[in-house]
Design a binder for this molecule. Structure first.
Ligand SMILES: Nc1ncnc2c1ncn2[C@@H]1O[C@H](COP(=O)(O)OP(=O)(O)OP(=O)(O)O)[C@@H](O)[C@H]1O
Ligand SMILES: [Mg+2]
Length: 341
């Protein structure tokens, strides 16, 4: 059984499914009980996926809380990415998040969301999320092998795109919650697309044991206010973007050198309390030199300690660091870099 495409999600996501099943509500109750129930698909934009498509799915990669596959749609005309979350989640929790991201208009700098499927009882269902397929790699896989060839102008070009992607999400009040190199997917044409926005919240409710996540992002990238209050704001994404920028500049993740033999969250809290993270943000390697004063200023703006004073994404786009950025030229250079030439 498959649930075919909608142009919009139904208002009451589960109700239409029950209506379309032989037996209506009674059948839904049955479905909820069934341990081996087939997945029910909610897909946008004319896409259709069924069990046969899944049997032909190609494994791409595994992350902290999901396995990612490439799946051809039923017509065979489109390949999409399927993220199969490990463990189970409460469907109500998922529903809230997917509703927000499914109503986003499209932007070339964010990975498009195509819908989801659920399987099993709603209180603990298995969830797969469908996205635009961007299978060239992420910043985390593409940059380190060629770091020596990464010119500072390319860093500026990359972070400008990430900043633009965030400004787009924030305009629609969508928190990313997990900005980091592995969540910036790169196309062969040099576009840097934000992936996994809002999803750490869903995955945080899963039973995954491996994800270094408190339900709101990767620990080392968490802003001080998010760590202290466990409440995440749009400004917390800006701090995480600062960490990503620092990773691009230095090749090192924030706090990489602070390998205290304790639970990482404690390590980060310890750094916060002891003032290692303070107005200046995560520590820089001792011999590090910024490519320009503007780059240093942009970084310190991202690491404004008080979240209320931290500049918004659209304000940061106007920072003088981005003055005279020749996008066409840098895009061509970045493509050459990606091709290893
Ligand atoms: N839309 C997509 N298209 C193609 N590949 C993808 C897509 N989304 C994710 N991937 C690939 O799958 C890998 C695993 O993704 P996933 O988001 O589960 O983990 P992650 O972001 O690397 O780490 P974490 O789980 O800690 O967030 C990514 O590194 C990326 O290479
Ligand atoms: Mg990811």
């Amino acid at each position: 059984m498959y649930w075919s495409a909608h142009s919009e999600f139904p208002a009451e996501d589960l109700e239409p499914v029950a209506r379309h099943l032989p037996g209506g509500r009674g059948r839904r109750a049955e479905l909820e009980k069934a341990e081996d129930a087939q997945p029910v698909y909610h897909l946008l934009g004319g896409l259709e996926v069924d069990e046969e498509c899944l049997q032909r799915a190609r494994f791409l990669s595994a992350g902290g809380y999901a396995e990612v596959y490439s799946v051809a749609s039923k017509s065979g005309s489109r390949a999409i990415a399927m993220k199969q979350l490990r463990g189970t989640v409460d469907f109500k929790h998922v529903q809230r998040e997917v509703k927000v991201i499914s109503h986003l208009p499209s932007s070339e700098l964010v990975v498009k969301f195509h819908g989801y499927s659920i399987r099993g009882p709603h209180s603990r269902c298995q969830v797969s999320l469908f996205f635009e397929l961007v299978d060239f790699g992420s910043l985390a896989t593409l940059i380190p092998p060629r770091r020596d060839a990464l010119a500072s102008e390319m860093i500026r070009f990359i972070i400008h795109q990430v900043n633009q992607g965030l400004a787009f999400l924030h305009k629609f009040l969508v928190h990313h919650r997990d900005v980091k190199p592995g969540n910036v997917l790169v196309t062969q044409t040099g576009l840097c697309k934000l992936a996994d926005f809002g999803l750490s919240k869903i995955a945080g409710g899963s039973t995954s044991q491996t994800h270094s996540n408190i339900g709101t992002g990767t620990q080392e990238y968490l802003a001080p206010e998010a760590l202290e209050t466990l409440r995440y704001s749009l400004s917390s994404d800006i701090w995480a973007m600062g960490c990503l920028f620092q990773w691009l500049l230095t090749g090192r993740g924030p706090f990489e050198e602070y390998r205290f033999p304790i639970f990482p969250m404690m390590k980060h809290m310890e750094a916060l309390r002891s003032g290692i993270i303070n107005f200046a943000g995560p520590p820089l390697p001792s011999a590090f030199q910024f490519p320009s004063d503007q780059a240093a200023s942009y970084r310190s703006q991202c690491f404004t300690f008080d979240s209320k004073n931290r500049p918004k994404a659209n304000v940061l786009l106007q920072h003088k660091y981005f003055d005279h950025l020749d996008r066409e030229h840098e895009s061509a250079r970045f493509c050459q870099f990606l091709m290893g030439s």
